[in-house]
Ligand binder design. Sequence first.
Ligand code: NAD
Length: 441
Amino acid sequence: MADRYLSFAGTAPGRFLTRRLGLPQPTELVRWSAERPHFTGGLLHLTAGKPDLDAELAPVLARAGLRPGAGSPSAGSPVAVVLDATGVRDVEALGEVHAALHPVVRSVAASGRIVVLGAPLDPTDHHQSATQQALEGFTRSLGKEIGRGRTVNLVRLGGDARAAESTLRFLLSPRSAYVSGQVIEVGAGAFAVPDDWERPLAGHTALVTGAARGIGAAVAGTLARDGARVVVLDVPAAEADARAVAERLGGQALTLDITDADAGARIADALPDGLDVLVHNAGITRDRRLVNMSAERWGSVLDVNLGSVLRTTDALLERGAVNRGGRIVGTASIAGIAGNAGQTNYGASKAGVVGLVRGLAPRALAEHGVTVNAVAPGFIETRMTAAVPLFIREAGRRMNSLGQGGVPEDVAETVGWLAQPGSGAVNGQVVRVCGQSLLGA
Ligand code: NAD
């Protein structure tokens, strides 16, 4: 979908005019491409407080795909800054966060990355809890003011820095262009180091529901690029599109309605070797204000977006059809976090997905060795959002820190990171892909 305002704001007269009128100034984001899979540029590794993971962290950062920074701010524009604040335990040490970032923030390149590393809150030390929580407000505020397509995220590290390697690689790469203002917990769970970080899903089977078009087709494409054999599931009415996507990706189409009572069993029957990645992406909207909403509209949205997700997940886990080390990724929405007028049904269903993740993640990992996470897209340029009236669409696009809508690939890259064998310590997380939407933040 052409975003003419974004193109105009990138020209010299556009920059002049938007600045003079105080209008949003979105920057064209740098996204993954085969020609530019990684950023090239300096990585600045800073610390605040007394970090205990320094020794493990440096080699992880050195492998993260950026040219490691000999970096002082005067050495040029760093493309990424990682601030290790895991050792910040009091307000005095918080001052070191300011001291570390204040002199460098201006020099971070456009579309650059700032990642703050924090520690889990220590329930026995309220000073540590207060200051670690402070990092959240700091990160979100910096994300809102930094501009020029730059993102700021907080990773709370519960264990080994190596468990966060897949997460750091993602956040420090062009893949995470539309992920900002997020707090991601990386626990101490088991993780596997892939043989090839460029194809971490080689030898894995991934099933994506609703993959005949839109975000689902992009997710299938990204997982295939990352090495997976993809199964493109969609309704029988979308069979031609599902087949075309599957053919393009060298995968397999599976047409069924996920609301069918036996959908889980049919998926399991179609995949005798089980699956490694299950992406619940299929979703529908049937908008009306509650006063005008029929039970049919309510029921169909709740059934596609939540009921079938619960049923198929249960059926596949019970049959052992999700292999150990497997990944389940749900699709929530900003509407499920912030709420949206006219979407009580949709908002309820998407909040339900968040609850499913929180409720199931610890148990699925303990009992099946499977992680459960979700993405929560914000305004993504798809057929769905193209149909939104112009002024509402414009507002939706601009009301985030990056001043623009995301693209399906932004959601797909986030799913790709969560789906990796290397992301085993990321469990129970709901990661917003919303350019740090001002709604529900
Ligand atoms: P879309 O309408 O373009 O695609 C959805 C796909 O799901 C379609 O191919 C459809 O046939 C399939 N589907 C619907 N019901 C199904 C069923 N019962 N069984 C099997 N397949 C079914 O939607 P999209 O914009 O690509 O959205 C994908 C997901 O992302 C949805 O869950 C949506 O709620 C969520 N999301 C989208 C946005 C956005 O801005 N586009 C924002 C937040 C969340």
